[in-house]
Design a protein around this ligand. Structure first.
Ligand SMILES: [Ca+2]
Length: 463
């Protein structure tokens, strides 16, 4: 029943569901250029409304004392995040920035902590909700009445899982040849709060329900607590699947008698790694640590804390990731197989509570430095590379969502590999995911009990 439509037809995906759900977008210029806040509400410009971010590079925000029962993603969210990237000012290359005025259009509301999304060939959209549901969003009829309501339908077939803390049903991705191999892939947490694992499963979607649910990967080791599961999915151009796994949690969570976060440097476990799997869950024979004694053969890169933004450039195959730091020290990295990204040997992160540096060093030979470092925390989740969309000036740019910051950041990378964080779009809820839709527009999922799907539409006349 699934067919392919013209992917450039903006009418095939998403429709408005009522009024704008939030008040605006902030635009930040590059390297000290504080852009005017472009704020659009139903086409009107109003710079007085809340939600506009006029971020001043170099400004700082002090974090207030933080309750220990909050997750690290949630800590500090009572502060208004400002853009104060500290590591890139000297390295910012002159990049031509062409701010594009975009209008946020709320496509759907009522999503319970949505986590990931994947478009079916017919332009409808599958959305995961962390408590353990898959919602199928179908545009309303194009009946000329304007903004017909979309419909959300819960798709049965997800088995019981551990929905607690940061865990639950997380990412979703279609097989890259979905029309021939109609598998839908998921990440999720399973087990109990005392012993749980990040898993990957695939299932078939027959247009009504999920069938043939198959667990194709499980972390070899269980951990306790409900933090740091990962768990993004991204397909490489060779149709192998990358999966990010978190380091297992903050202190005092332990493993083998030591802090579990140290497992990010241990090739003998899956914690704090990016894995590469074949579509059936088997291990590609050319993975970097295949045959190395004591190393898990699924490992593709390591030294990660908790990657929740993972994207493969469809034009170049380059792999990009954003990962959470601890009280700052969030990172944007370019990933390559076999590389060590340093956590927790090198980091800009600080311990929750004491504020002590987690490592005295932020860089060491042999460990890959981040291209960007965010302090205060963006709490990054969701990442996409914009290609061949409706806004040509965004070609090849990256868009990173942020939970704590409640933002999407536009990132450019120049020909010498230097990255710059050039523009900020502010929202009124935590941003869990950002993706490019088949209509060539950006879509944003917000992490809330009443979460939203928001589409960013270019204003007429924008470049
Ligand atoms: Ca790092």
């Amino acid at each position: 029943m699934l067919s392919t439509r013209n992917p450039c037809n903006a009418q095939t995906t998403g429709v408005n569901l009522g009024a704008l759900g939030y008040m605006g977008l902030g635009l930040k210029g590059l390297a000290g250029l504080v852009a005017l806040a472009g704020l659009m509400g139903c086409g009107a410009i109003d710079r007085s409304k809340p939600g506009v971010s006029l971020a001043v590079p170099g400004s700082s925000v002090s974090n207030s004392a933080q309750s220990s029962d909050l997750t690290d993603e949630q800590r500090g969210e009572e502060t208004i995040a400002q853009a104060a990237e500290t590591s890139t000012d000297a390295a910012i290359a002159p990049v031509t920035v062409a701010p594009v005025t975009v209008t946020p259009v709320t496509v759907a509301t009522g999503l319970e902590h949505p986590w990931g999304m994947a478009w079916l060939p017919d332009g409808s959209l599958l959305i995961t909700e962390r408590p353990g549901r898959v919602q199928w969003l179908k545009p309303g009829p194009q009946n000329g009445q304007g903004n017909p309501p979309a419909t959300l339908k819960t798709i049965p077939g997800v088995p019981p899982l551990l929905a607690a803390g940061q865990g639950g049903l997380m990412d979703i991705a279609l097989h890259p040849n979905f029309e021939q191999k109609p598998w839908v892939y998921f990440t999720y947490s399973d087990g109990s709060t005392e012993a749980n694992r990040t898993k990957v499963a695939r299932a078939k979607f027959d247009g009504e329900k999920l069938t043939d649910w198959q667990e194709i990967f499980a972390n070899a080791d269980a951990k306790r607590g409900t933090q740091h599961f990962g768990a993004r999915l991204a397909w490489l151009l060779d149709d192998t699947l990358l999966v990010s796994l978190g380091d297992g949690g903050n202190p005092p969570v332990s493993f083998d008698g030591d802090l579990i976060r140290k497992q990010a440097q241990n090739l003998g476990t899956h914690f704090g790694k990016v894995l590469r799997l074949n579509a059936d869950g088997s291990v590609p024979t050319d993975n970097p640590f295949v045959g190395q004694a004591g190393a898990k053969p699924e490992i593709w890169s390591y030294g990660h804390r908790n990657i929740q933004g993972l994207a493969v450039d469809s034009a170049t195959g380059t792999v990009w990731a954003t990962e959470h730091g601890s009280q700052g020290g969030d990172e944007f990295n370019r990933l390559s197989p076999g590389s060590n990204y340093g956590w927790p040997e090198v980091s800009f992160s600080k311990e929750y509570g004491s504020g002590q540096a987690i490592s005295p060093q932020t860089s060491k030979p042999g460990l890959v430095d981040p291209l960007l470092e965010w302090t205060p925390a963006l709490a990054p989740s969701g990442l996409t590379v914009y290609r061949d969309g409706q806004i040509p000036s965004w070609q090849g740019n990256l868009f990173a969502g942020g939970l704590r910051a409640q933002q999407v950041r536009r990132i450019t990378v120049d020909g010498s590999g230097r990255a710059a964080d050039v523009e900020t779009f502010a929202f009124d809820q935590r941003v869990r995911d950002v993706r490019q839709g088949p209509d060539g527009l950006l879509y944003v999922l917000t992490d809330d009990a009443n979460g939203k799907l928001i589409r960013l539409e270019p204003k007429l006349g924008s470049p």
